[in-house]
Design a protein around this ligand. Structure first.
Ligand code: SAH
Length: 404
């Protein structure tokens, strides 16, 4: 009896919280953890967390936050599903499940992208397209991805389909562009696998040039559908500025940009270095990086498609000299192969950009324990307001004498 009372009280409190929440689906959608926490408190919490995980390696400087944290995401994704009584819905997976929570608008996402997703859903209804069903594998429309160029305003829409044919393709494109003339390109991506990955291999451009361009740090970047591009453009500039400050380039250095994506860091610092070498696994991203060097008339940058660990090992085997390494691995962090090669090449400075402080702490432990590298300082940058994700940039210096 007592327990039921407590449960009842909790349930009504939860209901009240939900009513007061800035977001109608908070608590259901796994997208953000701190949607109702004042922004200053979010920053404080992230600062404390970064310090707890990293302070044993060096000083953690105050986190760089945003002035206007809402609607920062330039890449917006929605999944489609059929729900009884509602028809086709678009939204986000519920946390740790494959149930779709319908989303009408979102505090994180670029608003224009959100509106386009609503239109795609409405057109799907009008054109009687079926949502893909993950259990049976039947249906057509799986996901939609919208990318918006922060400075250029160019917009890419990627329709992810379970099979390659979009019925009445031309009309669908015409209608969508009529509703949103700001769309500059539309692609179909075919994903016919039973997978939680959003994008499949094959793609087909059905409107425009097949990619968008944006500007970052005064450079122009080509961005393909499958290439990684930082989702928060405002904070990316702050992050890169801090990374460049930590690299202390003088114009002569040989620089490696490992896990370089479309070459943004390499090309942002190329003017302050002798030579920059980017390495990246994703073929499309490397292609974009090569184009981006040409478009920005940067002649001292080379890009290679390879595993960063293997590439760095080859450089170490060849006895290549490198002065500064930027490394920006995915959430899983770097690898022992990469770190061992880094120690062998022994650049003067290493700037480690991490989107996952736990794997960063693991890699710092390995690096500082085995070699003469010391962390000089670290700065968290809030790339993902309202979520629990923390980004940190680390300045490391070779201080001599390896430990045994
Ligand atoms: N520095 C870039 C990209 C960072 S995201 C930027 O700021 O935009 C991490 C990148 O690492 C992604 O582009 C991903 O494709 C790439 N990547 C993942 N595993 C890799 C590996 N083993 N070797 C090289 N690149 C890898």
């Amino acid at each position: 009896m007592e327990k039921n009372k407590v449960d009842g009280r909790e349930a009504s409190k939860e209901k009240k919280d939900r009513r007061q929440s800035l977001c109608p689906v908070s608590g259901k959608c796994g997208g953000c953890q701190f949607v109702d926490m004042p922004y200053k408190a979010q920053l404080k919490r992230k600062q404390r967390q970064a310090e707890q995980l990293l302070k044993e390696y060096g000083k953690v400087r105050p986190i760089i936050g945003m002035e206007e944290p809402a609607h920062y995401r330039n890449k917006v994704h929605a999944v489609f599903a059929f729900q009884k009584g509602r028809g086709i819905v678009s939204g986000i997976y519920q946390e740790r499940s494959h149930r779709v929570v319908p989303v009408e608008s979102c505090l994180l996402e670029n608003q224009k992208a959100g509106e386009i997703i609503q239109s795609v859903r409405q057109l799907a209804k009008d054109f009687k397209l079926k949502a893909y069903d993950e259990d049976s594998g039947y249906g057509l429309l799986r996901h939609v991805l919208v990318r918006v160029g922060h400075i250029t305003g160019e917009i890419m829409v990627v329709l992810v389909l379970g099979s390659p044919i979009l019925p009445s393709k031309k009309n669908f494109v015409n209608e969508l562009c009529k509703l949103h003339p700001e769309i500059t390109t539309i692609l179909i991506n075919v994903n016919n696998k039973r997978t939680s990955m959003v994008l499949g291999e094959k793609e087909q451009v059905i409107y425009g040039k097949g990619y968008i361009e944006d500007e970052l740090c005064g450079r122009r970047f080509k961005i393909s559908a499958k290439s990684f591009y930082q989702v928060n453009s405002v904070q990316t500039e702050a992050l890169y500025a801090k990374a460049a400050e930590y690299a202390r380039l003088t114009g002569k250095e040989t620089v490696v940009d490992a896990y370089c994506g479309i070459g943004t860091i390499a090309l942002a610092v190329a003017g302050q270095a002798g030579k920059v070498i980017g390495v990246e696994l994703n073929r499309d991203a490397v292609r974009d990086a090569v184009t981006n060097a040409r478009v920005n008339q940067i002649k001292n940058a080379d890009f290679y498609q390879n595993d960063a660990g293997r590439f760095l090992t080859q450089m170490a085997d060849a006895g290549e000299k490198v002065d500064v390494v930027f490394m920006d691995p995915p959430r899983s962090g770097s690898t022992e192969e990469f770190l061992d090669a880094l120690i062998r090449i022994r650049p003067e400075r290493v700037v480690y950009i991490s989107c996952e402080p736990e794997t960063l702490a693991r890699d710092l432990k390995y690096l500082t324990g085995k070699s003469g590298y010391r962390v000089q300082e670290m700065t968290p940058v809030d790339m993902f307001p309202f979520t629990g994700n923390i980004e940190v940039v680390v300045k490391m210096q070779y201080c001599g004498k390896e430990k045994n």
